[in-house]
Design a protein around this ligand. Structure first.
Ligand code: ATP
Length: 517
């Protein structure tokens, strides 16, 4: 674990050192949980968005995109439930003055029991070797049984307080924290305040005060922009059920516990898709979207073992199924995407609050009804974090050297090809620029002439550039260059005229999408 935390720290400083992610307003000492993307970060982020957009919108005939405004009519947030219920249960430690999400403290405690159980099982597996009967061991080992009983009792209590009839039982949550003897990781004490609810929406004023300014919210999710445009898109696009509307955009949440770099930010970006279906078919579509979204993640080639679904213990009152896609980050399996079956809740609420009829006329059944919705919602920044954490690699080379390389999927890499003249003379820089001038229309190229070739390779490895080309004196004679591959460090002599053919296919977004066939 310590080693993993170490890696995470290294990833954070790597992101800064190589122009991926900077703390926002850094020269003013930063602004909590707000970050800026640098020259390489913005390219990687745009590629992630492209990968999502092309999969969702270009490859699905029945999904279209929109781009709705961040500011929306304030009643939208009343209708959606965000004004009254978009809260986090918070608890403070009186000694460290640190604030925590009470639900997260309890979930971490459950995870601790899970860890203990798995450790016991792993120890036994080692002890018994091939003869190990895991199921039998789990069913009979007194220590495993004891920990499992504790875990299950806590899990049951947690579910009960989260699903209490009048809303979350805050008193009950605090009691769990006390009974489980959960201590503050900073002060080590159990001197806790009461649990309070805190609304996560940012507010601002629109219009001058004298004219009767109104309070509006910065959207905490992009989804509502889709719901309120359902009729516009359905009618103008003559869309037939089932169909989807996709959107990428900024969202804002006044997160209280904002740690772990870009995992939890106050300003972040979401890629959301609402899929409108006939009532009664929603659970089938929920399963279908689970499959499709998982396939999209796994097409990046990071290994199926790094993903899992985590079904929700607490379903929002309007949802009839919900799951998270979790990815193995250096700090454990964490949510990257949520997939929710939201019934007709949102459209019905907007119909009620706006007084407009929001329905679908089904020509096959010759009647109108309110569609049900399956939502897929993924954070661009969390996706970015998972990609960069998985790609970061410190490689031991022969001779004792260590090479830091980002093994990014080539289609996501900020720069696809770096071109180096071996020296700054003999017309080599001009030849290198000639190559770039031709290829820059097809993919992102970078010119570098400073330092020895070895150092230039390392700099490109550190930002994940999949291909480097060196122009030398022989190039001037026969129009061939040395092509060097990032992952294998293999070098090949190839004709300049072949470069585009070799590289373009491997660095394009469609090269990833083809894995999804
Ligand atoms: P969490 O439980 O971690 O707070 P959530 O369940 O509230 O997340 P959703 O409302 O389902 O998250 O939002 C969908 C996606 O948006 C999440 O899976 C995540 O990728 C992203 N997301 C949500 N909140 C943040 C945040 N504060 N910073 C970065 N990404 C976020």
């Amino acid at each position: 674990m310590a080693q993993q935390e170490d890696i995470f720290k290294k990833v954070v400083s790597h992101c800064k050192e190589y122009g991926f992610v900077f703390p926002s307003s850094e020269i003013y000492d930063g602004l909590g949980a707000v970050y800026d993307y640098g020259q390489n970060g913005v390219e990687l982020k745009n590629n992630i968005k492209q990968y999502w957009w092309q999969y969702m919108v270009l490859l699905h005939e029945n999904i279209v995109g929109i781009d709705s405004a961040i500011f929306m009519h304030p009643t939208i947030w009343k209708a959606s439930g965000h004004v009254d219920a978009f809260n986090d249960p918070l608890i403070d430690n009186r000694d460290s003055k640190k604030r925590y999400r009470a639900d997260v403290l309890i979930e971490e405690q459950i995870a601790k029991y899970d860890e203990k159980i798995e450790k016991e099982v792993a120890k036994a597996r080692k002890r018994f070797g091939d003869a190990f009967d895991e199921a039998q061991y789990r069913a009979t080992s007194p220590r495993v049984l004891e920990e499992t009983a504790k875990r299950d009792a806590l899990h049951k209590r947690y579910q009960d307080v989260m699903n209490a009839p009048g809303g979350i039982d805050l008193e009950g949550m605090r009691q769990i924290i006390i009974d489980e003897e959960i201590a503050c990781p900073i002060s080590g004490t159990r001197n806790w305040t009461d649990v309070r609810q805190f609304n996560l929406m940012f507010k601002t004023e629109m219009g001058a005060a004298a004219e009767g300014a109104s309070t509006i919210y910065l959207r905490p999710e992009t989804a509502q922009g889709i719901f309120v445009n359902y009729l516009n898109v359905q009618k103008t696009g003559r869309m037939k059920l089932p169909f989807g509307i996709a959107q990428i955009g900024k969202a804002f949440r006044n997160e209280i516990v904002a740690r772990q770099f870009i995992f939890r930010m106050r300003e972040f970006e979401q890629m959301e898709m609402q899929f409108f279906v006939k009532p009664g078919t929603e659970l089938q579509w929920f399963e279908e979207w689970k499959k499709r979204r998982m396939a999209w993640h796994q097409a990046l080639g990071f290994g199926a073992e790094n993903y899992r679904f985590h079904d929700h213990d607490k379903l929002a009152h309007y949802a009839n199924a919900a799951t998270d896609v979790e990815f193995k980050m250096p700090f454990g399996f964490k949510e990257v995407e949520g997939i929710h079956s939201r019934t007709d809740f949102d459209l019905s609420q907007h119909a009620k609050y706006s007084g407009k009829k929001i329905e679908y006329f089904d020509p096959d059944e010759n009647k109108s009804y309110t569609p049900y919705v399956i939502e897929t919602s993924i954070g661009v920044d969390r996706m970015f974090l998972s990609v960069i954490c998985h790609s970061y690699c410190e490689e031991q080379l022969e001779g004792g050297d260590v090479r830091t390389v980002l093994r990014l999927p080539a289609a996501l890499a900020p720069v696809k090809l770096a071109v180096f003249p071996l020296t700054k003379k003999d017309g080599l820089p001009e030849k290198a620029r000639e190559i770039i001038d031709e290829l820059k229309f097809h993919f992102n190229c970078k010119y570098e002439e400073k330092d020895q070739i070895g150092k230039r390779y390392r700099r490109q490895d550190a930002i994940g550039t999949p291909f480097c080309v060196t122009v030398d004196n022989q190039t001037l004679e026969d129009n061939t260059v040395t092509l060097r591959y990032r992952d294998t460090m293999e070098q090949k002599r190839v004709a300049i005229s072949d470069l585009r053919g070799i590289i373009e296919d491997q660095v394009s977004i469609p090269s990833l999408l083809k894995n999804l066939k």
